[in-house]
Write a protein that binds this ligand. Structure first.
Ligand SMILES: NC(=O)c1ccc[n+]([C@@H]2O[C@H](COP(=O)([O-])OP(=O)(O)OC[C@H]3O[C@@H](n4cnc5c(N)ncnc54)[C@H](O)[C@@H]3O)[C@@H](O)[C@H]2O)c1
Ligand SMILES: [Zn+2]
Length: 518
């Protein structure tokens, strides 16, 4: 059509074709898409005309079933034109509207009608394949040269509650006893620091409930978050004659929870466990989701499972004995989710961050910040617990950081590596024009104000780039970098280059000398 127009009315439409030297003018999709962004009236009219029939079809589909979660468009046209095609399509859908739906939910189509630039194979197999589990669909695909005897399909429902309490170790507080199934409770695995500060009270609490669990005291560090530690827990479970259906109680920070979760996932092919997080980081992050894991061969969380707990019990009182550095460590994960999703929470951190560290989150504001961060996190995790969708905003700060954390494992805590990654990613976003300079300044100033590092001597472009390549494997072949586009807003990038990482590295080093924490 474009070629036809350009030849029949060259004066008005000639610019739509790219002039290739020594050959007839050709249609150039990239140029066409660019002209659409630039607002070329003829291009906009053409796109509007070709997307209208599709919009009408989609509207009919949603009218038949308004609960369709995603309608995924793919194939060659989508790949070539991208947003240039998506924009007019959505404009039609929003203009046409859907009876009794779009008036109260104007974003209805914007959320549901999405583009996916996967290859033609997946287009052939159907977009449904993308929307549901790929594995299951593969099983259902007929194979040549063999016959499926039967297809097995089973699902396991997951439900676990995240509870909040105060003074969980007071004898009159029932929460822990109920979750631990006291007096049956058989094994408590506890971090050695927590044992030092709270061990006596934990023992007295269980004794007061008529329970006599075995206590396994585990010194926990990132360096020893290994399979050997998992084996050690398994041996202790055997020694304690742990029962198959009685929950193991895990009391500690993210490292202990990950190790016990790994042991529980494998012990008798799965034994229930309850998480009692005792660090800020674990309360707002590590205790929330389904993931458990250990480091392997110097690689961060290389081995692990999705094995949710039976319950989580949060008690801020554990934070009273936590060293200051670990407060900043947890705040980094709070900042991560706030920068992606919640401008108001960012403002709360700007206003109260320093005092929250000093008072160990014991005030009302502390409670509100933890509650808000946990709910944001759970909102993100619940619809994607098994990570079928690898575009995850909660991965902000976790793209370059696994390599940084392992390279500087003696120096940096998990949250500190996350902070370094957030500053680097935000700098790339600013250099790309995705985020305003003032917002970038705010992010950097807040990271510094929370006592978190902006960079580390190990952060040279080569290491960061190799780290990103490993993350790309983890994210199934694409970068899927969550980036801030404003405070509390985000988008994904898939085309960050080595040169951009190099430039951002230089910027961050300059920042470090201005703002930096030692
Ligand atoms: N599974 C997940 O989804 C997930 C998510 C985020 C982080 N993580 C993991 O969590 C780990 C980091 O967790 P962390 O920051 O809690 O580290 P951590 O478990 O090492 O705890 C930090 C330190 O504080 C001590 N400690 C714990 N509770 C204490 C208390 N109440 N009072 C005094 N000292 C206390 C510990 O002994 C340790 O020395 C990393 O390995 C990270 O990969 C996992
Ligand atoms: Zn993290």
């Amino acid at each position: 059509l474009v070629r036809h127009l350009a030849t029949t009315m060259p004066g008005e439409a000639g610019h739509l074709l790219a002039d290739a030297p020594d050959s007839p003018p050709v249609f150039d999709a990239a140029r066409f898409a660019h002209l659409s962004t630039a607002g070329d009236p003829l291009v906009l009219e053409l796109l509007s005309a070709i997307t209208l029939p599709l919009a009408e079809m989609i509207l009919r589909l949603f009218t038949l079933d308004p609960e369709v979660e995603h309608l995924i468009l793919n194939g060659g046209v989508v790949r070539a034109l991208g947003q240039a095609y998506h924009r007019p399509l959505l404009a039609h859908l929003e203009r046409l509207g859907m009876y009794q739906v779009t008036a109260s939910d104007p974003e209805f189509f914007r959320r549901r009608v999405v583009l996916d630039d996967t290859g033609d194979d997946s287009a052939l197999l159907g977009c449904g394949w993308l929307a549901t589990s790929r594995l299951r669909q593969t099983a259902l695909q007929p194979l040549c040269d063999c016959q499926a005897v039967r297809v097995l399909s089973a699902a396991k429902a997951v439900a676990y509650a995240v509870h909040e309490t105060t003074a969980s170790l007071d004898r009159c507080n029932d929460a822990l006893a109920t979750l631990a199934d006291a007096p049956a409770c058989g094994v408590v695995v506890i971090d050695s620091q927590v044992e030092q500060h709270f061990g006596e009270r934990v023992r007295a609490y269980f004794a007061g409930r008529g329970a006599a669990p075995s206590f396994v005291v585990l010194p926990c560090t990132e360096q020893t978050k290994t399979l050997q530690k998992v084996e050690q827990v398994v041996r202790s479970l055997d020694a304690a004659k742990a029962r198959r259906r009685t929950p193991i109680i895990a009391i500690g920070g993210g490292v202990l929870l990950d190790i016990v979760g790994m042991a529980a996932s494998q012990y008798r092919r799965g034994t229930p466990y309850v998480r009692v997080p005792t660090t800020l980081l674990a309360m707002v992050d590590a205790a929330m989701g389904a993931k458990v894991g250990v480091n392997f061969d110097g690689r961060k969380s290389r081995l692990g499972f999705y094995y949710p707990p039976t319950a989580v019990l949060i008690d801020r009182a554990f934070l009273t004995m936590l060293p200051e550095r670990h407060m900043g460590n947890g705040l980094a994960e709070i900042l991560k989710i706030a920068l992606m999703l919640d401008a108001e929470l960012v403002a709360m951190l700007e206003r109260h961050g320093r005092e929250l560290i000093a008072e160990r989150f014991q005030s009302q504001v502390g409670g509100r910040v933890i509650r808000r961060a946990t709910l944001l996190m759970l909102d993100q995790l619940e619809p994607n617990l098994w990570e079928a969708n690898l575009d995850r905003v909660v991965d902000f700060g976790h793209s370059f950081s696994p390599a940084v954390e392992m390279a500087a494992v003696e120096d940096l805590l998990h949250g500190e590596a996350v902070a370094i990654d957030m500053v680097l990613s935000s700098t790339i976003a600013w250099r790309r024009g995705m985020i305003e300079r003032t917002d970038w300044d705010r992010i950097v100033a807040l990271v510094a104000a929370l006592g978190l590092p902006l960079t580390h001597p190990c952060c040279e472009p080569g290491l960061l780039w190799r780290g990103l390549q490993d993350t790309v494997l983890h994210r199934d072949g694409r970068q899927r970098l969550p980036m801030p586009t404003a405070i509390g807003q985000s988008a994904f990038c898939n085309d960050v280059t080595f040169a951009e990482v190099e430039e951002a590295c230089r910027d961050v080093q300059a920042l470090q000398s201005r703002h930096g924490n030692p």
